[in-house]
Design a protein around this ligand. Structure first.
Ligand SMILES: Cc1ncc(COP(=O)(O)O)c(C=O)c1O
Length: 401
């Protein structure tokens, strides 16, 4: 998949020629079964990252409206280092730090900006960074922009991490990983990573975006559940998944956050998140903490779906076997086959999307099913039947087992 313009055309590079290049590129993607279109939601949501079903929580909506009605400003139209820094940001960051169990936290407009802002601020060409092969695009781009020395290790391969860390390196070494992987739904062995980092003088950075709200006594995520909060340099997360609203943040020591305030370009050169987003994030955090039963229900629901698929013959599907938590991937393989299977499940009234390259590796297109806390047993059982029918109709059972 080359980018547009990778084969220079002769003659004019004016507007028409550039637009023609763009069309050719998108047609090429469509020809490979990789075209994308924006589609508004249809069907019962088994695809979004709204794992705790907070995005439509009536109490949360009321809470946000009430907070907003009390305040005068709806916007913070300046960067945080100028007039955009408001009391609501301070309150929110202190609350996020308590939630994550760190000294401090810093809010960014999105998780993407948090990852890129953190990695580009911290890392440079003299640094070596071990990065899981399946890390999210925002981590990959942050590493690329930082021009550090990247060492990509096979997914969740602790032995490979140990081997790489043992190699000599004169500069600093970091290990960067997601906690709950967004497309495979499996979990990183953070305690073992922390032990290895301690043994080799490396620093651990964890993107806890998908796990936030789902594990740990406070419900703060997989870093808390693995009891490694104090052994991690930075925890990145987003308000756009379990918290159901939007925005992103980095949690860590006062020293780290003070450094980011001074150096992190996506924080410094961007308008402050609006009071609306800040209230939404703070209110979502309150609801998440007040209703821990949501995450218990979510895990029961996801286990139910996995059990149904396993019992129906998908027991040895490699992705399904490793999945924990709400993300249940059903590997199909081919792009067209995955799209067709998704269409069939959608026709049964479920919003399930096919995930294709480059989001996942070539030949591993899949249905990425996302289970939520408010799904009923009946809905989960009906979805399982629909997925099984779509998979067996395409004789894909053999591929997935
Ligand atoms: C693992 C991971 N990190 C970061 C992000 C970016 O978060 P946001 O959507 O808030 O930009 C995502 C979003 O999809 C993600 O899956």
């Amino acid at each position: 998949m080359k980018g547009p313009g990778s084969e220079p055309r002769s003659g004019s590079r004016g507007l028409d020629a550039v637009l023609a290049d763009l069309s050719v590129h998108v047609d090429g993607l469509r020809g490979e079964g990789l075209g994308r279109r924006l589609e508004t939601p249809n069907g019962l949501d088994f695809s979004s990252n709204d794992y705790l079903a907070l995005s439509n929580h009536p109490g949360l909506r009321r809470r946000i409206m009430d907070r907003l009605a009390e305040e005068t400003a709806v916007g913070a139209p300046a960067s945080r280092l100028l007039r955009g820094h408001l009391k609501v940001h301070e309150g929110l960051e202190s609350r996020l730090a308590d939630f994550k169990g760190t000294e401090s936290a810093l809010v960014y407009p999105s998780g993407w900006q948090a990852n890129v802002g953190l990695l580009t601020a911290l890392l440079g060409p003299g640094d070596r960074v071990l990065s899981d092969q399946l890390n999210h695009a925002s981590l990959i781009d942050g590493l690329r922009l930082s021009r550090c020395r990247k060492v990509i290790f096979p997914h969740l391969d602790v032995e490979a991490v140990a081997t790489e860390l043992a190699r000599p390196w004169t500069g600093r070494t970091f290990l960067v990983t997601e906690s709950l992987f967004s497309m495979d739904g499996d979990l990183a062995p953070l305690e073992r990573y922390a032990d290895l980092c301690d043994a080799h003088g490396a620093a651990l950075i964890v993107d806890d975006a998908h796990a936030t709200g789902l594990w740990g006594e406070r419900g703060s995520g997989w870093v808390e559940a693995c009891d490694v909060v104090d052994r991690v340099l930075a925890i990145v997360s987003t308000g756009g998944k379990s918290l159901g609203v939007g925005g992103g943040f980095v949690a860590g020591s006062k020293t780290l956050i003070d450094y980011l305030v001074n150096v992190s370009r996506s924080f410094i050169f961007s308008t402050a998140v609006s009071p609306l987003t800040a209230y939404a994030l703070e209110s979502a955090l309150e609801v998440l903490q007040a209703e821990p039963e949501r995450r218990q229900r979510l895990h029961l629901n996801a286990d139910r779906l996995r059990r149904q698929l396993r019992d129906a013959g998908m027991g040895s599907c490699p992705l399904l076997g490793r999945s924990r938590g709400p993300i249940v991937p059903v590997r199909i393989g081919g792009n067209d086959e995955a799209m067709e299977a998704a269409r069939q499940v959608q026709a049964d009234g479920f919003d399930v999307r096919a995930i294709r390259p480059p989001t996942v590796a070539e030949g591993t297109a899949r249905l990425r099913i996302s289970v939520h806390a408010d799904h009923t047993d009946t809905q989960i059982d009906a979805l399982a039947r629909s997925v099984l029918a779509a998979v067996s109709e395409h004789r894909l059972m053999e591929v997935t087992v």
